[in-house]
Write a protein that binds this ligand. Structure first.
Ligand code: URA
Length: 247
């Protein structure tokens, strides 16, 4: 990666700020001062990068939270339909991000994107049991207290699949928060259909410890904060500094 990009991605300033830093002779690889911002730096050289003689901390992993709007499919490319890749700001377009799990085209809310394969795998895999919470609006049978026990006991879906116990919190007779820790195909919609109602609106607002930032408009993204990064790795018992092939 280009040196200026590598430092900007790692939080050492904007692209133009780090260019100035490099041109002023403050950046070295080992003992060699580098003055060309376009110098290609290999991953094997990250440990040798110094700013003013101090080791630089190079950040290569990215985790974004996106407020997914309706009408976008959770894929990185599609011939016909707009995808969530269209919403990734330019500065992260080359970070090799992929979505963690998927939301239907008409579902809104929290979507995480990362380039950390192991993290993505653990956040979606049933083994790690990361809870996801959806705000569900329905028509059909009204919610009642009985539904709480039914969802908690593990619903059977129309195709015979049995869901793990889920937590239903009633907000009104037609609205609830549903927390599940698996990701079967169209799971929430099928759970609602199986109990006599149809989803009219579906919005995910929580994945494990991460809550959708209320300040993000539909279509916007931001990087997770340092605190959020620590909690998300902790939720899946992964060391943030892990090597790509696992701990
Ligand atoms: N369950 C669904 O039915 N749809 C989603 O988008 C997510 C969970």
């Amino acid at each position: 990666m280009r040196l200026d990009k590598c430092l900007a991605n790692s939080g050492y300033g904007s692209r133009s700020e780090v260019k100035l830093l490099i041109k002023s002779g403050q950046v070295s690889i080992g003992e060699t001062i580098i003055r060309d911002p376009g110098t290609d730096v290999q991953e094997s050289e990250y440990d040798l990068l110094r700013i003013d003689g101090h080791p630089a901390i190079v950040k290569t992993r990215v985790i974004l939270m996106m407020h997914k709007p309706e009408g976008f499919i959770t894929a990185m490319e599609d011939d016909r339909l707009p995808t969530i890749a269209d919403l990734i700001p330019e500065k992260w377009k080359k970070s090799k991000l992929f979505p963690v799990g998927r939301l239907d085209r008409d579902t809104t809310g929290l979507l995480l994107l990362t380039n950390d394969g192991i993290l993505g795998h653990r956040l979606t895999g049933p083994r790690w049991g990361v809870w996801k919470t959806y705000r569900v609006d329905t028509i059909g049978k009204m919610f009642s207290e009985q539904d709480i026990a039914e969802f908690a006991s593990g619903l059977s879906l129309a195709d015979g699949a049995v869901c793990r116990p889920a937590k239903l919190e009633l907000l009104s007779e037609t609205q609830a928060d549903l927390t599940i820790h698996e990701g079967k195909y169209h799971q929430v919609k099928r759970m609602m259909l199986g109990t006599g109602r149809r989803v009219t609106k579906l919005h995910r607002w929580r994945i494990g410890p991460i809550i959708l930032d209320q300040g993000l408009e539909p279509g916007q993204c931001r990087e997770l904060t340092i605190e959020e990064i620590a909690t998300v790795y902790k939720a899946v018992k992964l060391n943030p500094g892990h090597k790509e092939k696992g701990d």
